[in-house]
Design a protein around this ligand. Structure first.
Ligand SMILES: C[S@@+](CC[C@H](N)C(=O)[O-])C[C@H]1O[C@@H](n2cnc3c(N)ncnc32)[C@H](O)[C@@H]1O
Length: 213
């Protein structure tokens, strides 16, 4: 799962003994990995499908849950979008603020499950957040997406399809994703991803889900 500059080449870092935190539901799990510069999920930039989405869409008030290094914040901000990125790991927030420079105030340390936006949201951008948490958290994530987005708003981003039992990343089947989202969201668009990093290559799709009324 590693990118070339990562310090491990294992698919799941839980196979490595160098980390003491094993529960990805806890911020320390992620802080330890950011502090040791182990971020094999990090693209180091903005995926093409998001760039294309921003180019063809009207600016929307956007939330990025579990933003990590938050490269996307600069693209959205420079395109005039009102974006807030949150992460519950202090080390992730530090990493994002280093990456983002003048846009760093748009990154907050906050837990997705309790964060309250200041403005009604038009978009939640998803990348490597759903697959970062254990499958038992999926229903809660979907419920929170539905709570945070008003009717007509969009959940858009990258969804990782895989059936490997271990993670992160925890892949999901398309059938399970559709089952979880069906009550509150309808699929409004999707496309192949052609610039995936190795860990996700061939197993992720860009999807746009519209919040039902
Ligand atoms: C695999 S990383 C992905 C980071 C980023 N989205 C990316 O694409 O590079 C998952 C991130 O989600 C964050 N995270 C996990 N659970 C969270 C929660 N409940 N609230 C906020 N952030 C959370 C972690 O701290 C970590 O930075």
């Amino acid at each position: 799962m590693a990118k070339p500059d990562s310090k491990s080449d294992s698919k799941s870092d839980d196979l490595s003994s160098k980390f003491s935190h094993r529960d990805p539901s806890h911020p320390d799990f992620w802080s330890e990995r950011f502090e040791q510069d182990f971020m094999p999920w990090d693209t180091g930039g903005v995926p093409q499908a998001l760039q294309q989405y921003v180019a063809r869409s009207k600016p929307a008030t956007t939330l990025i849950p579990g933003c990590g290094s938050g490269h996307e914040v600069a693209l959205l901000s420079e395109a005039g979008w009102d974006v807030t990125a949150i992460d519950f790991s202090s080390a992730a927030v530090d990493a994002a603020r280093k990456v983002l420079g003048k846009w760093s105030e748009r990154v907050l340390q906050a837990d997705f499950f309790t964060y309250q936006p200041q403005q009604p949201l038009g978009l939640i951008y998803e990348r490597a957040f759903l697959c970062a948490l254990p499958p038992a958290k999926r229903a809660a994530i979907v419920s929170r997406w539905a709570e945070l987005l008003p009717a007509g708003a969009t959940l858009a981003g990258f969804f990782f399809f895989d059936d490997a039992p271990k993670g992160p990343p925890f892949g999901i089947s398309r059938a399970e994703l559709e089952r979880l989202l069906h009550a509150d969201f309808e699929l409004a668009g999707e496309q192949e991803v052609t610039d995936s990093i190795a860990v996700f290559a061939g197993r992720e799709r860009w999807m746009e889900w519209r919040r039902r009324a």
